[in-house]
Every structure is written in C-alpha cells, then in structure tokens.
Design a protein around this ligand. Structure first.
Ligand code: CA
Length: 226
C-alpha cells in the first residue's frame, strides 16, 4: 500500500532532493515544487501533508500557507524555514501551519514530526511496516534507532548511529563536515573535528572500511553500493 502523499514546497535543491529520496524510500509519493504559486493546485486529495519552505522565489511561504489552509482545512502543514525568530513561528502558526521546524534541522527530527502528524491524521503505517533507510548492505531504522549490515544488527553508540543515519540518508552524495557537526553534534564547526574523525574511524570498523569515503577538505560520502 502506498504511503500518504507528501507535497514538498522547497526551492533549495539539496534539501529537496534529500527529502524526496528519504520519503520515497519510506513509500510516500512526493510531489516537489520549487515555487509557491502552484502549491494549492498541487495539493490534491491524495496529498495529506505539506512541507513548506517560507523563503520561496515567487510568493512568501506564509501566503502559500494561508492559501493551502483555506483550500484544504484537513491538510497537515509543516513549515520548514531558516526564519528562527519567535515572531516568525507565530506568523506561521497564525497562517494555519500545524508545525514549524527551523533550519538547519535534523532529519530524524523532521521524520519524527511527519510520522506524528500522519499518525494524528490516522494515516501512519503500522510501526512494523515502517521502511528502514537503505544503502547497499546497510539499513537504518530511524524510529527504532537500529541499524544493520547484511541483516546483522550493528552495535552503535548514539553519535555513531546519528552519523550513520545522516550518511545513509544522503547515500552516494557528499556530506560536509560542517553539516555533520551541525546535525550530529548540534554545534557550528569551529576548527577541530577530531571527535568526528574518531567516530568515522569507529564507524568504518563496524560498517566496512570501504563504505565511507573521505572527501579531502570537504567531508564524507557513504557509498551506495557498499
Ligand atoms: Ca528557500
């Protein structure tokens, strides 16, 4: 059975392609728009949840939110925005959003909120059917915080799990050190990333040395076929 349809209104190519991939792997049909104008027309009956950026090239996301809410009172609307002031959040909720997540965000946090909204709408698949993220021999279940290699469960420390989840979610693509520090360690990168190096070393030991490629001066990439 196909999952609930998700409409993603986001002009940032990197964020959008990552989310399309992740939601797709969870069985959700995703409609992605890079502009706000066509959003209401795209919010067809099979769309149950909208993830909405505010800084869009044509219309402000707040207006898009208002229009979506007027057209579809039952729709779950989650704003995903770099605007992080309390007033911005209030404006978003006033415009009819159900939830507001500030960028940069953790993928696990966004997925947890999406699950919660779909569950509230009675649309979430049973927990057992939740599809883990997969890349090559690796599988990661974000909700249960479990990971496997070739079907064997990996024993990971909390940060190792977060790091692996991020890399698997972006499999085949470069993930910068700055982003890893921000999303896994909740900190802006201030030079030393010794902790990160140590964790990558430990993780390679568990998932296979060839699975994670070092991109000198950039970050890391999890190999899709690893
Ligand atoms: Ca934007």
């Amino acid at each position: 059975m196909a999952g609930a349809g998700i409409l993603l209104v986001e002009d940032d190519e990197a964020i959008a392609s990552g989310l399309v991939r992740v939601f797709g792997s969870q069985g959700h049909p995703v409609t992605r728009l890079a502009r706000g104008g066509p959003a209401v027309a795209a919010a067809t009956e099979d769309i149950k949840l909208v993830i909405l950026d505010l800084g869009l090239p044509d219309i402000d996301g707040i207006d898009v939110c208002r229009r979506l809410r007027a057209a579809r009172p039952d729709l779950a609307i989650l704003i995903l925005s770099a605007r992080d002031q309390e007033l911005d959040v209030v404006a978003g909720l006033d415009a009819g959003a159900d939830d507001y997540l500030v960028k940069p965000f953790r993928l696990s946090e966004l997925l947890a909120r999406v699950r919660a909204h779909l569950r509230r709408a009675g649309l979430a698949e049973p927990e057992d059917d939740r599809e883990p993220l997969r890349a090559g021999a690796l599988a990661v279940d974000l909700g249960a915080r479990r990971a496997w290699r070739d079907g064997d469960e990996l024993e990971l420390r909390p940060k190792e799990f977060d790091l692996l989840a991020l890399l698997v979610g972006e499999a085949g693509r470069a993930v910068t050190r700055e982003r890893i520090m921000r999303e896994v360690w909740d900190t802006d990168w201030m030079g030393s990333t010794k902790t990160l190096d140590t964790h990558v070393l430990a993780l390679r030991h568990k998932v296979g040395a060839d699975a994670i490629t070092t991109l000198r001066g950039v970050g890391y990439r999890l190999e899709d076929g690893a």
